[in-house]
Write a protein that binds this ligand. Structure first.
Ligand code: DLL
Length: 434
């Protein structure tokens, strides 16, 4: 039931996998040096030549690349092939700066699709399944990425894209969707709308699995989704620079399998740039091993995670990354203390009276930072007496203090009042920025 898409590669002995990575690393380093003036110049500045890269550990001799490089070379200055090799572009929304452009050869699309096919197969999906793709289609990679992956495994795709939620729920019932792919926040919203329509995801649909990603979420949210809808909620990860959604958890739900034949990953201390010890949290750095229009060398993704190199009980030997805490640039510093929205979410989602939606608002009052956590309560808690709500608010504030080490004002609001999003949820409003 939980099979392999490419058993030879997915279960490859570690020694062989490392040998393959080493060969591919040497090839890609030589390739970018020969094909890109950007990389050639970077390597020269760092005093490194392709011949210096002999084994895997030599990767640390190579310079890092960052989103700033991508922006500075906008639109396609980091590409290694001319446009007539490129069969598709995707473009980031540019919410945190200038948009960035990524491009793919036909082979790059195949690699991306295959990588998703491995993940979809690992959670038991295949021919006979109907996969509703509710990630946005278009310049964002989510929709088309999952679409191609789902078709590759022989499933039927229902390409609803994001939005028109009532229609999505009707189609889910009429066409018998067995899996859905969307952001976790959108799925929570969809479940809310379904309830209002009198539809139970558990009893009135065939849905059994969700592929949730594109934004940070927590194990507590996973539990909520699974308990309230009866489906299995799997984490799927990727970034447009790596291709798009790429890697996911297997049926054991214990970390995201990163395909080592396709990507060489490192975890570094964001301050020093040095690799951290195994099991320590740090910033994910990626070198692509089989991507040719737009390869990446030591690209600092910015996501904070922990790598587990032990083979998984599912039989796959590739490393796993543990749930993403957030991006280094998602971190808010409140009164000198680092706060990640995902930490706030973990606390809130453990409290049964608290609903699924929240916002973090940071203001500066005089010299002081003030953090307000605005959170919806459930319908039943909302009808409680004022005194009960006040003690709930105090309890939430204490629990947040216990985890974050900082006092937050907690504002309980009526269910349905925090804006919903169809894609990535915006959880933080920082009014301190000018
Ligand atoms: O969000 C690709 C994607 C689409 C992944 C659909 C999964 C599903 P970008 O728009 O470039 O690409 O955003 C990438 O989103 O660096 C993370 O900060 C965040 N992110 C993606 N997946 C997860 C996840 C797509 N599972 C950025 N958990 C990444 C936490 C995630 N954060």
């Amino acid at each position: 039931m939980f099979g392999y898409w490419n058993p030879h590669v997915e279960r490859m002995p570690i020694k062989d996998l490392h040998k393959l990575q080493e060969e591919r690393l040497r090839t890609v380093v030589r390739y970018v040096y020969d094909h890109s003036s950007f990389y050639r110049q970077r390597f020269r500045e760092a005093g490194v030549e392709p011949e210096d890269i002999k084994e895997l550990s030599d990767v640390t001799k190579l310079p890092f690349t960052t989103k700033i490089d991508l922006r500075n070379t906008y639109p396609t200055g980091m590409f290694c092939l001319p446009q007539d090799w490129v069969v598709r572009y995707h473009v980031s929304s540019g919410t945190t700066g200038k948009p960035t452009v990524v491009g793919y050869t036909q082979g790059d699309i195949d690699m991306w699709t295959d990588s998703l096919a491995r993940g979809l197969t690992s959670i038991g999906l295949g021919r006979g399944d109907v996969i509703q793709v509710s990630y946005g289609y278009g310049l964002f990679t989510g929709g088309l990425g999952l679409h191609y992956g789902a078709e590759r495994i022989g499933a039927t795709v229902l390409p609803t894209s994001a939005g028109s939620t009532e229609r999505q729920i009707e189609l889910m019932q009429d066409l018998g969707s067995t899996a859905i792919a969307c952001t976790p926040s959108y799925f929570l919203y969809l479940n809310e709308v379904a309830k209002k329509m009198g539809v139970s995801i558990r009893d009135d649909t065939k849905l059994k699995a969700g592929l949730f990603g594109a934004e940070p979420w927590s194990d507590e949210t996973r539990r909520r989704i699974e308990v309230s809808t009866g489906i299995k909620a799997y984490d799927v990860y990727g970034t447009s620079e790596m291709s798009g959604p790429l890697c996911s958890e297997c049926h054991l739900q214990n970390g995201i399998h990163i395909w080592a034949d396709l990507f060489l990953i490192e975890v570094i201390d964001p301050k020093t740039g040095e690799q951290v010890a195994e099991g320590e949290r740090g910033e994910l750095v990626v070198t692509t091993l089989d991507k040719w229009a737009f390869p990446l060398i030591r690209y600092r993704i910015g996501d904070l995670t922990i790598v587990n190199n032990e083979a998984c009980e599912c039989g796959r030997t590739h490393p796993r990354i543990m749930r993403i805490l957030g991006r280094t640039d998602d971190m808010i510093i409140v009164r000198g203390i680092n706060v990640f929205p995902s930490q706030v979410e973990s606390v809130l989602m453990k409290i049964p009276e608290i609903g699924d939606n929240y916002m973090i608002i940071v203001d500066r009052k005089g010299p002081l930072d003030v953090m307000t956590v605005k959170v919806e309560v459930t319908e039943s808690a909302f009808s409680d007496k004022i005194a009960d709500l006040m003690s709930l608010s105090k309890m939430v504030s204490q629990q947040l203090k216990g985890v974050l080490n900082i006092m937050a004002d907690v504002e309980l609001v009526e269910p349905g009042t925090i804006p919903r999003s169809e894609g990535k949820a915006q959880r933080v409003i920082d009014n301190r920025e000018v």
